[in-house]
Design a protein around this ligand. Structure first.
Ligand SMILES: Cc1cc2nc3c(=O)[nH]c(=O)nc-3n(C[C@H](O)[C@H](O)[C@H](O)COP(=O)(O)OP(=O)(O)OC[C@H]3O[C@@H](n4cnc5c(N)ncnc54)[C@H](O)[C@@H]3O)c2cc1C
Length: 237
């Protein structure tokens, strides 16, 4: 783990509820794709956020913070970052945390599964796989409540077009009549598309209640527990 100070370069809205934050650390960062950082608000108050950028980008870190509700975990973090931006102060970070980083040496087909802002976790891995020319199938599923939450749809379609092994599958829970893709919960779309998850390594991020359900449903659908990765597992039963 690296402890460092970082300048807040920008905070820009991606949707009504999700913000992109760019941080410039005072030294080059080192982490693996799929790891997270902690924003240090106080000695005992550290907030976890996945790093959206690829590890090859050592000069800047990108975060996607989904903040609604004035007093929420994420909104307080965003306020802390905004205050640092306005006052030109640095923020304290602990970088390179988690045990759910990508394992490319397994040479297995991959399911990358994101619910909402869990997208951030999966995005770093997707970019890393593209940069390193991964040659196994990679199925990137991104589930959101409304179509308007698919803020990086065009970017991920470009990612998928860059490698014949990659597919991007957006899934909208409350889709409009004109939506042509999958509807409902994102993990149910995975189970519709894939007969057995047995050969796959599966990486996932999203709400804790979602991750518990997905873990159990996927195991019933053939997935091997030893090849399922989510840092949320450390926080749930
Ligand atoms: C290590 C770590 C890193 C984190 N990183 C971030 C981060 O980078 N950014 C951030 O904002 N927060 C982060 N968090 C906090 C937390 O994970 C997020 O609050 C969560 O991912 C946000 O989901 P959402 O509200 O966007 O999803 P929602 O919009 O509520 O849901 C999106 C989709 O998820 C699926 N889903 C949701 N609930 C269920 C369910 N009960 N059953 C089945 N499917 C369901 C559906 O497909 C739904 O459409 C992190 C937490 C930890 C511990």
């Amino acid at each position: 783990m690296q402890v460092l100070a970082a300048e807040v370069v920008s905070i820009t809205p991606l949707t009504e509820f999700v913000h992109k934050v760019i941080l410039k650390p005072e030294e080059a960062v080192q982490f693996e794709a799929g790891q997270y950082l902690q924003l240090v608000l106080g000695e005992k108050d550290k907030r976890a956020f996945s790093i959206a950028s690829s590890p090859s980008k050592t000069e800047q870190l990108e975060l996607h913070i989904g903040a609604s509700g004035a007093d929420s975990y994420a909104m307080q973090s965003l306020d802390h970052l905004r205050n640092a931006f306005d006052t030109k102060q640095t923020v304290a970070l602990e970088v390179g945390l988690g045990v759910s980083q990508i394992r490319v040496d397994q040479a297995r087909p991959l399911v990358l599964l994101a619910g909402g802002t869990g997208f951030s976790y999966v995005k770093s891995m997707a970019d890393h796989l593209a940069e390193t020319g991964y040659d196994q199938p990679v199925l990137f599923y991104w589930g959101v409540k409304e179509e308007s939450a698919l803020y990086a749809k065009a970017e991920m379609e470009t990612w998928a077009a860059s490698n014949k092994h990659f597919q991007f599958i957006p899934v909208v829970e409350n889709a409009s009549e004109t939506w042509k893709g999958h509807r409902g919960f994102v993990h149910q779309a995975v189970m519709k598309d894939i007969v057995s998850l047995e050969p796959y390594s599966i990486y996932m991020a999203g709400r804790f209640d979602m991750i518990g359900i997905v873990r159990d449903d996927f195991i019933n659908h053939g997935a091997e527990r030893d090849f399922m990765y989510a840092d949320a597992f450390a926080f749930i039963k």
